[in-house]
Write a protein that binds this ligand. Sequence first.
Ligand code: 13P
Length: 255
Amino acid sequence: MRKFFIAGNWKMNLLRDSSVALVHQLLAQLNSSNNVDVAVCPPNVYLHDVGVALRGSLIRLGAQNVHHAAEGAFTGEVSCSMLQEFGCSYVILGHSERRAIFGETDLDVNTKLKAVLKSSMTPIVCVGETLAQREAGSTQTVVRGQCTHSLAGLTAEQMTKTVLAYEPVWAIGTGKTATPAQAEEVHADIRQLLESMFDRTVANSVVIQYGGSVKADNANELLSQPNIDGALVGGASLKAESFLPILEAALKIMK
Ligand code: 13P
């Protein structure tokens, strides 16, 4: 049985005081429940402050990226051990902004994924097609390709410990959301691919989040789809009043 997982990807937003204030608002208003997993992913420089503010709560801490190496001459990068020292439970990998702006490839994602899986953190691997790719009718090929290459070489056990996030690039930060049917179609196809790469038990156990303009007014419909197990939320995660209704929607549905 899969549990809903709602994560806020703050990207490069908020400053220290506003980050901590947001956490305090979330904790004050969240109906604490073990039935939905919740995480926030602030910029690395605020992991400490946000982690302290989250201490003792059910909301987990996540990072937005990591370097695969354990240590070394990698100016500007951080390692899994460093993130773990800050109390991170999750790491987002291969976000479309990392892929498009910073040139990350499926091979990079795969290398990072293996490093994260060696740690005790849970990776969130992002995949998704661009508008041009969707319009060219290649959504399935693109997403399947990203999954196949990003997840290459994983054992069944490692796969069950990995979260996937389907984020159509054209829906990120644009206000355009995939319709529940469009999202469900891709999620179901990813699950089918997982069944062919691993087996049905593994495929049915993997949490697949949807991301791309998830908001209070579309969360319920999206999360009601059988293969959508949560949301990776950007813009709406930056304010308690827009993030909490998404959590509430998940709590209400609770598959
Ligand atoms: P938005 O919710 O702002 O569209 O961002 C989605 C996203 O990229 C989450 O990782």
